[in-house]
Design a protein around this ligand. Structure first.
Ligand SMILES: CSC[C@@H](O)[C@@H](O)C(=O)COP(=O)(O)O
Length: 356
């Protein structure tokens, strides 16, 4: 069972501790969140990020609201609304809030606080188990690949879908950690993921775990794929529509196109909670616009490893910053979930008949 080196999120008495991801990969800083406003800020500012972790954090946000802000219907509605407005694309946020709402609404207010803590803890514990199952299903895919001559298996990923993005081992990186556990040699190629450079988080995770990796500029991915230097691409997801179209970090779509052109497998790894059966296809997925500043600047560290922002473009530069893109189902070989490996076309049908 994978154990997170530092918990991404945990309860501590009547507050919650998170690993502040805006300080990584330079500093490991735990932050204490005491109320609903702090949780909403943490999600919006990406102190916590990654679809499953956003969901777990929002669940604890409801628990904090019940513990400190009142437990009547108005307080519950206020918490659900505030948290629901933090980030639009990752559906795990809305999934977790809907689950909290369904659990708490029928209860008398006096019982809601305790029930909220319990339900949030259950959501987080389940995610850890889910990541483990995704890892095992993904490992089977890795084992079925032809062995490359003269080098380890090489997997490309994008963004960060490792333990930092979840309550467990991650989604796209869970098969990598599972491979390491059974001694299957694997090397990971990590694209930097401008503008927020979540690839640096992936590189940091892999370095800490002793897994061989190489960080590349986003634009180098096509060359490596076309040259036959990549055996498989696996990324995470923020929302999967009923037809299998998948939103993930911007840049994912280009990797899927390159993989299709080169004839190498492209897979998505995601839990059931990332599937949105109410969303018929990718056109209906809301794409977050995070504003020009992130494109016009870059976050690095100063000489004492304190994060600092450097402006890249002059003040008046116009920029557009869609944070996610949509990869059509036809470009995806399979979606690896905790319940098995599905073609994108079959995923929605499988889960439409199963409990959420
Ligand atoms: C297991 S995380 C899967 C996705 O959430 C991940 O690939 C991603 O796009 C994260 O985006 P972020 O903007 O960093 O929250």
């Amino acid at each position: 069972m994978f154990v997170q080196p530092v918990p991404t999120l945990c309860r501590d008495g009547d507050s919650v501790l998170i690993l502040d991801q805006t300080q990584l990969p330079w500093r490991q800083v735990q932050l204490r969140l005491n109320d609903l406003t702090a949780v909403a800020h943490a999600i919006r500012s990406m102190q916590v990020r990654g679809a499953p972790l956003i969901g777990g954090t929002a669940a604890y946000g409801v628990a904090l609201a019940m513990a400190h802000g009142g437990t009547d219907d108005a307080a519950l509605a206020h918490a659900l609304n505030m948290l629901g407005a933090t980030r639009p694309t990752a559906v795990n946020l809305h999934w977790a809030l809907a689950r909290m709402s369904a659990r708490l609404h029928p209860l008398p207010p006096a019982q809601r606080s305790q029930a909220a803590w319990t339900e949030a803890a259950a959501i987080c514990a389940e995610d850890a188990t889910t990541c483990g199952s995704i890892g095992q299903h993904g490992l089977a895919l890795l084992r079925a690949l032809p062995t490359p001559a003269g080098r380890p298996l090489r997997l490309m990923t994008h963004c960060n879908a490792g333990w930092l993005a979840t309550l467990g081992a991650g989604t796209a990186l869970a098969p990598v950690y599972a491979a390491q556990a059974v001694g299957l040699e694997i090397e990971v190629v990590v694209s930097e993921t401008r503008p927020r450079n979540q690839g640096l988080l992936t590189a940091w995770e892999l370095r800490e775990a002793g897994i061989p990796y190489q960080l590349i500029a986003d634009n180098a991915a096509g060359l490596l794929i076309a040259r036959g230097e990549i055996d498989i691409v696996i990324t995470g997801a923020d929302r999967i529509a009923a037809n299998g179209d998948t939103a993930n970090k911007v840049g994912t779509y280009l990797k899927a196109l390159a993989a299709k052109a080169a004839g190498i497998p492209f897979h998505i790894a995601a839990p059931r909670s990332t599937l949105d059966l109410d969303c018929p296809n990718g056109d209906a997925i809301p794409i977050e616009d995070r504003g020009a500043d992130e494109v016009c600047s870059i976050i690095g560290a100063d000489a004492s490893d304190a994060p600092m922002t450097l402006r890249l473009a002059p003040q008046q530069t116009r920029a557009f910053n869609p944070a996610f893109d949509v990869t059509r189902a036809g470009l995806i070989d399979s979606i690896i979930t905790e319940h098995g490996v599905f073609t994108p076309q079959h995923l929605g049908r499988f889960y439409a008949g199963a409990p959420a």
